[in-house]
Design a protein around this ligand. Structure first.
Ligand code: SOE
Length: 386
């Protein structure tokens, strides 16, 4: 059997569940993975909740303070799946103690934190990888191959949206994702980070942006149990929303292409609609996460009488990661992208290299988000500060 590595996962909610599933599945479906993960410690502040999660997801131990975990000599890999306000502290401490670091997106809440995290993994000589999971959709990898091989020619346009609708009810409470001190930003960091990362992977660096942000509902009910939450008589107290509900920006790419990006949590009916279209001199590509096994492709090289958008089902052995799963046509789902990320991460650790998206990619994405915020404030075109 291959060597193993003990993993500590920080965070046990939505992302903790997705990452746990990836660590549990990876060696079963990718038996050639160079390091087998041992699900050693699950860490979270609420002892009863973290114990229940550990039992459900299959972790051997629990801890309630990440500081006790990052110093443990038996831990080789620290996975940071907490809200953004603790990413930098945990990742930097873990790197300083010689642990490899896997971090949920966006890498940090600010550009300065992201740069400090990148410096920490570099100085420690450990692997640092950001979990931008949509890179690891096989159909998205097919899009990359078509572009890199020149099949759609010179790329002129990038057009991406990431749309959700889960906070449209004004009575939806002021959860952590709506508070700048915890989340860093709203849709921009949560959803915009994903499509910026995809744009960078597929088209290359973004050189300037012009953006706007908007917060439609500025006050929301405080959650019970938070300062000023439900009053004695049951009256609901309100708190300020300090992040964007929507963000839009135009971009120029270093390769001459131009792009548009739109993210919102106010698109009724769009639960998790992540889609991009790329237009080149010889063809076009369209991806939509709701049909994540498919890639829509238009190629000039087709005979004129049958030319048109075709739907490619990216589920046969020629498509990345697919041979580990099922026969052609037996589709995969959202959770598989996390397993693919963990597979590449573990191979990277064994080889001593950080797989993309590295912490440097995380910094470059953060620099674009930072530029959009500055542009929204100044109403000017702004360049990312890499
Ligand atoms: C929440 O809006 C969220 O779960 C993001 O945080 C994820 O990164 C995205 O994949 C789906 O939406």
């Amino acid at each position: 059997m291959n060597d193993s590595i003990n993993v500590a996962l920080m965070g046990y909610k939505f992302m903790g569940k997705a990452h746990s599933n990836a660590f549990r599945q990876v060696a079963h479906f990718f038996p050639d993975v160079a390091l087998h993960p041992v699900m050693q410690v699950l860490c979270g502040r609420d002892q009863a909740a973290v114990q229940a999660a550990a039992a459900q997801f299959g972790w051997q131990e629990t801890a309630t303070d990440w500081r006790d975990v990052v110093t443990r000599p038996d831990i080789g890999l620290v996975d940071v799946s907490t809200p953004g306000d603790s990413h930098a502290a945990i990742a930097i401490a873990a790197a300083q103690h010689g642990k490899h670091v896997f971090c949920e997106k966006p890498l940090a809440n600010t550009l300065a934190e992201a740069k400090a995290m990148h410096a920490a993994v570099q100085e420690a000589g450990v692997v640092g990888m950001v979990n931008f999971n949509y890179r690891r959709v096989p159909a998205v990898q097919l899009a990359k191959r078509l572009i890199d091989d020149g099949r759609i020619g010179q790329v002129y346009h990038w057009r991406a949206v990431y749309l959700q609708d889960w906070i449209m009810d004004p009575n939806f409470p002021l959860v952590w994702r709506l508070q700048k001190d915890q989340a860093g930003s709203g849709t921009l960091g949560d959803l915009g980070a994903h499509i910026v990362d995809l744009a960078r992977m597929l088209l290359g660096e973004i050189s300037s942006v012009s953006g706007l942000t908007e917060t439609f509902i500025k006050q929301r009910p405080l959650l019970a149990g938070t300062t000023g939450g439900l009053g004695a008589a049951g009256s609901t107290q309100m708190g300020e929303v300090t992040v964007d509900d929507a963000a839009m920006f135009l971009a120029r790419f270093a390769n001459g292409a131009v792009g548009s990006f739109e993210v919102t949590r106010f698109a009724k009916g769009r639960a998790n609609y992540n889609s991009f279209e790329i237009n080149g001199s010889k063809g076009s590509i369209v991806f939509n996460l709701e049909r994540m096994n498919e890639l829509n492709v238009y190629l000039d090289s087709d005979a004129p009488d049958v030319r048109g958008f075709r739907n490619v089902l990216a589920t046969d052995g020629s498509h990345q990661y697919i041979s580990a799963w099922w026969p052609a046509g037996h589709i995969i789902g959202w959770e598989h992208t996390f397993t693919h990320g963990v597979f590449d991460l573990l191979n990277g650790i064994a080889a001593g290299t950080s797989p993309a998206p590295t912490f440097e990619d995380g910094v470059r994405c953060q620099a674009v988000l930072d530029a959009v915020e500055r542009s929204a404030g100044s109403k000017q075109w702004v360049e990312p500060e890499y």
